[in-house]
Design a protein around this ligand. Structure first.
Ligand code: BV8
Ligand code: ZN
Length: 252
């Protein structure tokens, strides 16, 4: 049963946030769960049928591009039908109340942008973008055509793929570097809706803690990081984040 946060805890967190110069937030699939997008590793998750290795990696794409494209097209349709939830919107409100606020997301669903967050670092790319696997050229969605089972190809002959980071692929250098710097410089660091198992993203809460940040984890379930957190709020983010924003408003 989720442990309800005491009002005093929320008030203390609100005071800490309002006096913070720099706040950074790492989000994972759990933040989008209340938008109807399944997470990866939960029982009914996206990887319930397959394992990550079978789908989100280059070899899977090269050996069975149709299977991988079917999986991404299924997820893309779900993302296109989904909307931000109260957790996404609470982060937008928090950003407006604070001097420096950045969202570092592992999610590829654009929901932070749709909700109105203005400073978002996408560590793992974006499922609504496409690129050529060979020359790296970006390809508009309208140019990604599946002709009678033919998979989309670039002018250079290379295969077009979703612009997401697969296992074994490097994260965009500028994104992970900036995320690293933001974690190290943050006064308060949130780790929200992530199982903290995929690296290097999972390193960020540890790096924030090591650099002196007050680290808050929001996740209904414990993770490998929970015992490291200064505060662990074991509630769904769509419920916890609006309560934190309300506590901040009471103090302004
Ligand atoms: C790299 C994008 C190095 C695509 C994803 C062997 C070979 C190569 C690399 C490795 C290897 N062994 C290990 C590695 C490193 C590997 C890794 O970390 N593997 C893990 C599995 C051990 N990492 C990589 O490969 C990375 N690249 O290291 O490159 C390199 C160096 C030099 C040269 C070349 C290469 C790339 C990692 C990126 C993989 N791409 N996704 C796509 O989306 O399809 S990962 C995928 O998992 C997602 O992007 C997501 O970001 C990530 C983590 O998942 P979560 O977001 O945490 O979701 P999850 O389901 O796990 O958890 C959800 C949580 O939400 C749960 O805790 C749940 O309790 C909670 N929750 C549920 N409901 C709610 C909630 N929380 C709040 N509110 C709720 N309502
Ligand atoms: Zn190309």
């Amino acid at each position: 049963m989720a442990k309800q946060q005491s009002i005093s805890n929320l008030d203390a967190l609100a005071e800490r946030l309002l006096s913070a110069q720099r706040v950074a937030v790492l989000t994972g699939a759990g933040v989008s769960k209340e938008s109807g997008i399944k997470t990866f590793r939960e029982a009914d998750g996206l990887w319930a049928k397959f394992r990550p290795e079978e789908l989100a990696n280059v070899n899977a794409f090269l050996s069975n591009p149709k299977l991988v494209w079917d999986w991404y097209n299924m997820r893309r349709n779900i993302v296109n039908e989904s909307s931000p939830n109260p957790g996404h919107y609470a982060l937008v409100e928090m950003e407006k109340m604070l001097p420096h606020f950045v969202v570092i997301t592992q999610n590829v669903d654009s929901l932070h942008f749709t909700a109105g967050s203005t400073d978002v670092i996408e560590l793992h790319g974006n499922i609504q973008r496409n690129k050529c696997h060979s020359c790296g050229r970006y390809v508009e969605q309208s140019d990604v055509v599946f002709d009678e089972g033919e998979l989309p190809h670039c002018e250079c002959g290379g295969m077009i793929r979703p612009d997401v980071v697969w296992f074994g692929e490097q994260l965009p250098q500028d994104a992970i570097q900036r995320a690293w710097n933001e974690a190290q410089a943050s006064d308060v660091f949130f780790s929200i809706g992530t199982s903290t198992v995929v690296f290097p993203a999972a390193q960020l809460p540890y790096e924030a803690k090591r650099s002196g940040a007050y680290v808050v984890e929001i996740n209904p379930n414990p993770t490998g990081f929970t015992l490291e957190a200064n505060l662990a709020i074991q509630e769904p983010s769509g419920e916890a984040l609006p309560k934190i924003v309300e506590a901040m408003k009471r103090k302004m």
